[in-house]
Design a protein around this ligand. Sequence first.
Ligand code: GAL
Length: 406
Amino acid sequence: MRRGFDSHQLKGLSLMCLRSVSLLLAALSTLAACGVCPAAEYHAFRPGQQWLDDNGEVINAHGGGILHHEGVYYWFGEHKIAGRRGNTAQVGVHVYASTDLYNWRDEGIALAVSDDPDSDIVRGCVIERPKVIYNATTNRFVMWFHLELRGQGYAAARSGVAVADRPTGPYEFLRSGRAVVGQWPLNLDRTPERERWTQPEQDDQQLSRRRRRRDPDGEIPFFYFDFPGGQMARDMTLFVDDDGAAYHLYASEENRTFQIARLTDDYLDHAGDFVRVFERRLMEAPAICRRQGKYYFLASGCTGWAPNAARSAVADAVFGPWQELGNPCVGVNPANGLGAEKTFGAQSTFILPVAGREDAYIAMFDIWRPRNPIDGRYVWLPIEFTDDGYQIRWRDEWDLSVFDKP
Ligand code: GAL
């Protein structure tokens, strides 16, 4: 005959239930901690929150950029690992694919670091801000990235170039080097007092080394000293204009001044013509888009991994002149309490035009975690254009319907 539980048995049962619940919670938190969770289907962007790929792994594509090709988006970014060592390239450039921008399929490592100690991209070098563009003439995918040689800190300031026949790679590393070697900028100031800059002398290399340490903002800008060996290029992006001309935009001259250089028709090298822009404005993290015949620029100030206020600018041509507009950010990220003066705790990396939608552009940022880079987060927010510029407003959650016309 079945009888009810006495109070002793009931207490035992509830203890068992409590134990099972806590075991379940512990298992779930272990899964979350190691980054492996059941794959979710997303219908919205949640800036700053963990974002999982189709395998339930945290998306690992920092300082990234996106290529849209034949109906598919390809997201390329720095593959980070846990711990401080993750600030150097231990794996390479990761690529993910998506058709809706919310859900991303892991396509593996597009460009792998090398185990050859003589390679420029040997494991332990620094590979940052990779960007990929498609060349319609050669039918090849071209990747550019900021490269620092292993063990040399950020002194090399080189650009790396790699190519592939398929968007997801594997990419073949071609070479790395300084930019626009032996070229003067198109917008060189040729006033008599600055004319001396166009005649580099031997002694100037010495002067340059001293200056870089002691007087980085001396009268003669660094591009003059770098004429023979090539211009420095650190934070960077690529941009293909409507006429097929491609441009490399990079923080140059010890991050003091930006340069914009046109690429050759096959996108594999600098063509030679370039301009200096935002002189001595100390900008990094460039992103650019074209909208209704105007070019819009987004960047950050220069404070390493720590966030600062974003910058914006507008121009009628890629080579400028560029007019600076100020900080486009509005609002506060409630997760860290940081607002526009710190770009919500993030730094820009790319502006993504949404395919097939008029006037739809997404500003992509990274929240860096230099002590544990693999835990860096992504902040994607819609750009709202105004009569004289644009705004980027914080949103906890949003989807592409924000771009629907009323
Ligand atoms: C940031 C830059 C990153 C990385 C970092 C290193 O300012 O945007 O790409 O270079 O500095 O400190």
